[in-house]
Design a protein around this ligand. Sequence first.
Ligand code: 13P
Length: 286
Amino acid sequence: MPVVPLKDIVDRGFAERYGVAAINVFNDLTLEAVLAAAVEERAPVIVQTSVKTVRSIGLDLLFAMWQSLTSGIEVPVSLHLDHCPDRAVISSCLAKGWNSVLFDASSLPVAENQRQTVEVVAEARAYGADVEGEIEAITGVEDGIGSDEVAQRQSLPAALEFIRATGITVFAPAIGNAHGVYHAEPKLDAQRVSDIVAAEPIPIALHGGTGLTDAQFADLIGRGCAKVNISTALKVTYMQSSLAFLRGAEERGSWDPPSLFAATRAAAKDMAAAHMRRFGSAGKAW
Ligand code: 13P
């Protein structure tokens, strides 16, 4: 099963109450490693790209990498644009072939966010693509987008009205989660996920996955968080495994870039595979 709509992936996870790892990659090595982990674990996976990654690699090259690395792949995979407030970037990614986008208009008043999200959903549908929506910012800065201020949460009726009016595929509520490294144990409002799902059964995106515990993942996935975002953990794994390897290279006086790539690739693949197992998506490929 090759590249599929994001809806196909999250709907199954939601129905069977497992979480699909949605991992932010930032170069060819991490893209290949995440896909290799999915194949090895027989897990569906969502590959995410930040706007920063799209800009740094370039739309055409990034999509060519995706096409090449997913050609003939045997597990369901989907390409998603993470937090994007910029409608022009959304349009470019959809036209190029991204399967899904997170239109992040959380800085706008909810009514205007909703009006524009309706437009983005219509645009995406024309390509057979999906849209994730949010009405309050997730705390923390991710690849230059967001703020460390904790956003005020909207009411349950406002969230339900947004979900129903826009026709989004995935909803991303703020529940006390945050992007980046947690400096204190987060106080998660898991009940908010249950309240939304009870009133409107829609797959929920859990942002800020790095640093949450197995118990928190299990609880939130059980309540309907079918898309579990991981970004910081891959960055940390990549940088720390590179650092460890380079320290060894210095000691040995041996400077062989492909050996460095092999070491960081193995660490990235292991980290991605471990998350797939933690979220219960290993073995769920169809
Ligand atoms: P972390 O960086 O905390 O893993 O969060 C990832 C995320 O939510 C991407 O949108």
